[in-house]
Design a protein around this ligand. Structure first.
Ligand SMILES: Cc1cc2nc3c(=O)[nH]c(=O)nc-3n(C[C@H](O)[C@H](O)[C@H](O)COP(=O)(O)O)c2cc1C
Length: 429
């Protein structure tokens, strides 16, 4: 059995599975039940000045038969007094000394406020701090959360204030509601962050009720933008993790968050540079016990790959993630239809005719049977037919040898500019 322990910026955790700061980490009762189920760590529901929440504050996007494809909320940070949370953190840590407890913090951007809360939470034995510069609603209107997180200089300054007094590792949680996440990540590192976590929720409006004309959710007929999370945001989160992981000026451990619900998601985030991961929506949907399958799945995967430690996964796919301009323009795949699996639904033909390059023909074979056939010389290898195909194994995308040497757009440009502007692009292989 492989070793699932991680060392996250000096924080030792029995496995990479942490609960994200959110409703499942609101109380000691919940976090202790999560630890009983097997979670390696928990980032406590964000601490700060207790808030008043709105009633009616969650909504979900159900899509194509999948419930909670996306989740939207207008909840704020903890609504419980700091002393109560601190007492329960201390009790939980005492009962589960081997598990990781991170205190998520959000206060006004004032040095003394940060100093005060850091000292108070560290006194009860947390393993680390997560600075919440991410909540997109409510707290932002008070100059906190995403309002801080969208100002790189303010992120740097606040991180530095925390580092002046912190005894434990400091994780800066980033908002995705920004043009380039690496800019804020770099400022967090300049401020002294030991690690970053991402993503917090994405600005969203879950929907509009076409009968009442109210927003979803609404509070007495009035709505406001919320934060989006759950399976729908995973590709966005993964790309932001990848951007930070490959950025040399970031260079600190990453806690990956956003749409994670299976062990396969965990492996993807770790391959893309996360040292550990955090989960919220999947637990809100299915409960704490999903971690059992995550642990089993990850164990089996590591065994199958012959890896002795989960740490060996970290960042292995990062070198395979670059810019479009570095991709080989001479690499070619074509679609091949496997007749034994094809159910002749014609979806590939329609997609190719209407939205791609019109290269899937509807033919009749010698026995009079309808078949679909790809004209490979006209296929551009876009993958669309294999994406819309509902029959597993009916369409494979096969790499074909074009005989041409690898050539990226950047390499082409270098050659063309080296040869002078009169040189025709067509002549470059
Ligand atoms: C209802 C709700 C409340 C949340 N509250 C917090 C919070 O207090 N602090 C925080 O840093 N993130 C908060 N989050 C964001 C999550 O920690 C996490 O970053 C986000 O949901 C993405 O992960 P997921 O796709 O696994 O849900 C909250 C999310 C939800 C759905």
């Amino acid at each position: 059995m492989a070793d699932l322990r991680i060392d996250f910026a000096g924080i030792q955790s029995p496995n990479p599975f942490w609960l994200a700061s959110a409703p499942p980490t609101n109380t000691g009762y919940q976090v202790q039940r999560a630890f009983e189920a097997g979670w390696g760590g928990a980032v406590w529901k964000t601490l700060g000045e207790p808030v008043i929440n709105t009633s009616s504050r969650f909504a979900a996007v159900h899509f194509g038969g999948q419930r909670v494809a996306g989740f939207n909320n207008i909840e704020l940070i903890t609504d419980r007094p700091l002393e109560v949370n601190l007492k329960e953190i201390a009790e939980t840590k005492k009962r589960f000394p081997d598990r990781t407890i991170i205190a998520s913090l959000m206060v006004e951007p004032k040095r003394e406020k940060w100093h005060e809360i850091v000292k108070r939470v560290e006194a009860v034995g947390v393993d680390g701090l997560e600075l919440n510069f991410g909540c997109p609603h409510g707290m932002a209107e008070r100059g906190m959360g995403a309002a801080s997180g969208q100002q790189p200089d303010l992120v740097q300054a606040q991180t530095a204030w925390v580092k002046e007094v912190a005894q434990t590792p400091v994780i800066v949680k980033l908002t995705p509601n920004i043009t380039d996440i690496t800019v804020v990540a770099r400022h967090a590192v300049k401020g002294g962050a030991d690690a970053i976590s991402l993503i917090n929720t994405i600005n969203s409006l879950a929907g509009v009720d076409i009968h009442s004309w109210n927003t979803i959710p609404h509070v007495g007929g009035q709505g406001a933008h919320g934060g989006y999370c759950g399976p729908a945001v995973k590709p966005i989160a993964l790309s932001m993790v990848a951007e930070c992981a490959r950025d040399r000026e970031v260079g600190v451990p990453i806690s990956g968050i956003g749409g994670i619900s299976t062990w396969q998601d965990v492996v993807e985030f770790m391959l893309m540079g996360s040292t550990g991961i955090q989960v919220c929506t999947a637990v809100m949907h299915h409960g704490f016990r999903i971690v059992e399958e995550m642990i089993d799945g990850l164990n089996n995967y590591l065994d199958d790959k012959g890896l002795s430690s989960v740490m060996e996964l970290i960042g292995k796919s990062v070198p395979r993630y670059s810019n479009w301009g570095d991709l080989d323009l001479n690499y070619k795949v074509v679609a091949r239809i496997n007749e034994e699996h094809c159910i002749n639904c014609n979806k590939c033909h329609i997609a190719c005719e209407d939205a791609s390059h019109q290269c899937i023909d509807m033919l009749t074979d010698a026995a009079g049977k309808a078949i679909l056939q790809v004209r490979e010389e006209d296929c551009v290898g876009c993958n669309l037919c294999s994406i819309v195909c509902p029959a597993d194994g009916a369409i494979d995308m096969i790499a074909v040898d074009t005989g041409a040497a690898p050539m990226s757009w950047n390499q082409r440009n270098q050659i063309i500019s080296g040869l002078g502007s009169s040189y025709s692009e067509v002549e470059v292989g």
